[in-house]
Design a protein around this ligand. Structure first.
Ligand SMILES: Cc1cc2nc3c(=O)[nH]c(=O)nc-3n(C[C@H](O)[C@H](O)[C@H](O)COP(=O)(O)OP(=O)(O)OC[C@H]3O[C@@H](n4cnc5c(N)ncnc54)[C@H](O)[C@@H]3O)c2cc1C
Length: 326
């Protein structure tokens, strides 16, 4: 853990409301915080799919019902350009604003605003990195061709088999569904093995103490070891409070959640994305040179096969060397 990392409190937490919890990526804490801001007449900014699902952009939401659009992680870079002037407008009017996003988006907002606003609450998600949005659009077009139908819903974190076994679920207008675990879906493999990430994610400046938000939310991986009482089939969030404002916001909502304060170093032990940038794969540039938009799945698959084949050989060689040393 980064020894300079300053926090006020660290919690494990999940929403008691099952409907909210099941439609969120981890413990549903984003929704709890967002509903509080909306109940006081404020506006919430976060990432939502465009109508055709091929892109993600930040939008403003001012009703509890519309929060559904922001709920859940979208593993695609979200465009914040149009949202930033709207945030400024709301803040200048004096209404409460919750802005949520990746740490780099929080930094972009702060730079844009140029000054601090008492009525602004910022919530960052721990970020592995974001895939280029063109890959997602290519991937979706290919699926639509294969299923001969338009996409009508996407859930990157379907929890019907539980939080830890989350699946990508895509619904089509003709009633068909595509459902795959993260290790079986090509898009998720490309994302988690870093090949489709934006290049800037490999040297991200917004890690650890450089995350400028009041609150940081993440998946509490390893909760069964660190805080077994908070283990939950539908997910547990890691909630890191970094400012007095963030502390007030979280403390005000504790009646709607199951929670416990947890030891920071143990809690972040399984979450390297909080402190470290994703590692650039060796043949990242070669992958992009060979990438074909209209053969997105094949392009990623080819790279993964090469990488896994290389790892297999490497492991076999290491085994032989180790045997020789004993
Ligand atoms: C690209 C990405 C990578 C992530 N990587 C990790 C990780 O490595 N480790 C980890 O512990 N957690 C990671 N998370 C965060 C985690 O998946 C949950 O989003 C977080 O725990 C909050 O969950 P929740 O249940 O409270 O709320 P949810 O309802 O699941 O969270 C919704 C929030 O996420 C924001 N969001 C969704 N998609 C995007 C997007 N594309 N860009 C910006 N903001 C978005 C929404 O604006 C909203 O604020 C990542 C999230 C994203 C979007």
């Amino acid at each position: 853990m980064d020894s300079a990392f300053h926090v006020i409190k660290t919690y494990g937490m999940y929403a008691l409301d099952t409907a909210r919890l099941q439609t969120s990526s981890s413990g549903g804490i984003f929704t709890i915080l967002a509903e509080d801001v909306i109940s006081r007449g404020g506006t919430v900014f976060g990432a939502a799919f465009c109508d055709d699902f091929q892109a993600v952009r930040h939008i403003a939401v001012s009703t509890v019902e519309a929060l559904e659009k922001l709920r859940g992680s979208k593993y695609v870079r979200s465009d914040v350009k149009e949202a930033l002037p709207k945030v400024l407008e709301c803040l200048e009017q004096g209404s409460g604003v919750l802005f949520s996003g990746t740490p780099c988006q929080i930094a972009a907002l702060k730079k844009y605003l140029k000054k601090n606003y008492e009525n602004l609450l910022t919530v960052a998600v721990v970020c592995h990195g974001t895939p280029k949005h063109t890959v997602w659009a290519d991937y979706l077009k290919e699926l639509e061709q294969n299923y001969k139908s338009k996409v009508i819903a996407v859930n990157f974190r379907d929890k019907s088999e539980g939080w830890s076994k989350y699946r990508l679920r895509i619904l089509f207008a003709n009633g068909k569904q595509y459902v795959k675990t993260k290790d079986r879906d090509i898009y998720m493999c490309g994302f988690l093995q870093n090949i489709t990430l934006e290049k800037s994610c490999f040297s991200c400046h917004f890690k650890g103490n450089n995350i400028e938000s009041d609150i940081i939310l993440g998946d509490f991986w390893g909760v069964e070891r660190v805080a077994p009482k908070l283990c939950n089939y539908d997910g547990t969030s890691l909630v890191i409070v970094r400012s007095e404002k963030g502390f007030q916001a979280v403390e005000a909502k504790l009646s709607g959640v199951k929670y416990a304060e947890v030891d920071l170093p143990s809690a972040v032990d399984n979450n390297s994305s909080l402190f470290c940038s994703a590692k650039m794969p060796e043949n990242y540039d070669a992958f992009w040179q060979a990438y074909h938009g209209n053969k997105c799945r094949k392009s990623i698959q080819k790279f993964l096969m090469k990488k896994n084949y290389f790892l297999l050989i490497k492991n076999k060689v290491l085994k032989v060397i180790n045997r020789g040393n004993h």
